[in-house]
Design a protein. Structure first.
Length: 485
């Protein structure tokens, strides 16, 4: 679809009013591959005047789009899903080079996104509203009826993170447009080529001009102008807690959906199936080099468990394939950039210097951090609390279930937790006390499947993502009350 994919001299344009337009800004941002340092292409740092023009265009498009039939809106999602499937290989190749995600996971992200769009269309058809009769309330009358429908909010600003540039853009765009909104997409700069490809998919699927427009440019430069623009009616943001809290400080009365950072704990009890726990912890902690908000980012367990679990983990970690994302079976790939690798390396150094026991890993080659596990991490160490967004995992030893809950809840984050046990009563006892959005029982922490509610509390976010929940978040009830004589 995109000719000359990853053409180093290609200047990627922005989608505006159904066309790909060049910015007047002569400021180009070069997108280099974290895999091999090659120049993949250039994107334009749009000007504030162009942001004004873009948002104005989406607001004009909103007038007719909100009147479009639900059937027509859903048909575009189905068509976009088909195009994603048809172009999954090309999109995955681009994404792999752009965000250093292993090829298999890139293909999975594109296919998952196609499924998400179909499920979004199907779900929207079931959210037609309701009719209420007054007499169901004491003293109410049969002659009073309320017809409740759902109305779009207007123009949604969708801001996506680097680690899922396609899925976490579409998980905003799909529910937003099916609800009748228009969307301005601000893609992650590293990931913008993949996200622009997605925009072209929607364009080719027949999305009317202006319903989806894109704005490329560094969030640190254009982000505040976008987030405070008077033309924006809703902000749907996924990214770091730091940026999310910054946006929230600016948003005034604009409703927000924030999916932010995490420090998901895997609590392993003495009766746990340790093979199940180990397999899930490894997949949860090290997939995509730990660059998932829902990665397992700490193990909390007892001495009796740790002494048996650690050898299992060590063997599995040392069998993880390290390499470039195009290699078959690779799990650990170079991190997204040098700054991220430096940060992770700093956490490793702090843990070592503070007396944690290095079980395996702890080294770096370029921006590749070798999968690392520390035992005896204590609450005075940075690694106990900070989000590495890299393949380094601390094990914290406790002496009771209540101490495990206390340490889990002491985190500023509250995205997800896992509990590994064969005792359903203990699982529920712990799950009910954990201050998180989701508790996984005997499974790694993860967002999918995408129709499940996905939310963070505390510093992990506000509002709820997940297909039905996203549609609800980006729409509102409208009541028309009939008063019969
Ligand atoms: P990030 O640095 O916060 O960036 C996220 C998005 O925000 C990017 O598009 C970025 O643009 C943009 N941005 C940056 N500054 C902005 C500003 N002042 N105003 C508006 N937008 C701004 O996060 P990331 O590095 O892409 O992703 C990693 C982080 O996101 C981790 O903390 C991870 O836990 C979190 N995350 C959470 C979830 C979840 O569902 N809870 C999912 C994925 C990631 P640029 O790219 O141009 O900087
Ligand atoms: O960090 C992205 C977040 O949405 C994780 O998704 O499906 O890998 O748990 P998933």
């Amino acid at each position: 679809m995109f000719t000359n994919l990853c053409c180093k001299n290609k200047i990627y344009k922005n989608l505006y009013n159904g066309h790909w337009i060049e910015s007047n800004s002569n400021k180009l941002i070069e997108i280099f591959s974290p895999v091999d340092g090659s120049l993949l292409g250039k994107v334009q740092a749009m000007t504030t005047e162009e942001v004004d023009m873009t948002i104005k265009n989406t607001k004009e498009a909103f007038i007719s789009w909100k009147e479009t039939s639900l059937s027509d809106r859903t048909e575009i999602l189905y068509k976009a899903a088909d195009l994603l499937d048809e172009n999954s290989e090309e999109m995955a190749t681009l994404m792999m080079m752009e965000i250093s995600k292993d090829k298999k996971s890139c293909v999975s992200e594109v296919v998952r996104t196609a499924d998400l769009l179909r499920f979004t269309a199907d779900t929207a058809k079931t959210m037609q509203g309701e009719a209420l009769v007054g007499d169901s309330f004491p003293g109410g009358s049969k002659s009073k009826m309320s017809f409740v429908s759902r109305e779009p909010l207007g123009t949604v600003l969708a801001i996506a993170p680097f680690n899922y540039p396609v899925n976490l853009s579409a998980s905003k765009i799909g529910p937003a447009i099916v609800a009748g909104n228009t969307v301005v997409l601000k893609p992650p700069t590293q990931g913008s080529l993949s996200a622009l490809y997605l925009a072209e998919i929607f364009n080719k699927a027949g999305l009317p001009a202006g319903v989806l427009n894109t704005v490329t440019g560094r969030g640190s430069e254009i982000g505040d102008y976008l987030a405070t623009h008077p033309g924006i009616n809703f902000i749907n943001f996924t990214g770091s807690t730091e940026v999310g809290q910054h946006i929230a400080s600016l948003s005034k009365m604009i409703p927000l959906l924030l999916e932010l950072g995490g420090k998901d704990a895997a609590i392993v009890l003495e009766d746990a199936n340790l093979e199940t726990a180990a397999t899930n912890i490894i997949n949860g902690a090290y997939s995509y080099s730990g660059q998932r908000c829902t990665a397992v980012k700490r193990i909390i367990t007892f001495d009796s468990v740790a002494d048996k679990l650690i050898p299992l983990l060590k063997e599995k970690i040392e069998n993880l394939k390290v390499g470039n994302p195009d290699e078959e079976g690779v799990v650990i790939t170079p991190l997204i950039d040098n700054k991220s690798a430096d940060y992770v390396e700093g956490l490793i150094k702090d843990a070592k210097d503070s007396g944690a026991t290095l079980i395996t890993g702890g080294t770096r080659k370029g921006n590749t951090i070798y999968p690392t596990l520390f035992d005896n991490v204590t609450t005075d160490m940075r690694l106990a609390w900070e989000e590495p967004f890299g393949p380094v995992l601390p094990l914290i030893r406790v002496s009771s279930i209540d101490e495990a809950i206390e340490i889990a809840n002491k985190s500023e984050y509250g995205l997800q937790s896992s509990v590994f046990t064969q005792d359903i009563d203990k699982a529920f006892y712990i799950a009910k006390k954990l201050e998180v959005g989701t508790v996984q029982v005997n499974n790694k922490t993860e967002r999918g499947p995408d129709h499940f509610p996905f939310l963070g509390v505390k510093s992990s976010g506000m509002g709820t993502q997940g297909i039905k929940y996203s549609i609800e978040s980006m729409s509102r009830p409208k009541a028309i009350v009939l008063n019969l004589k």
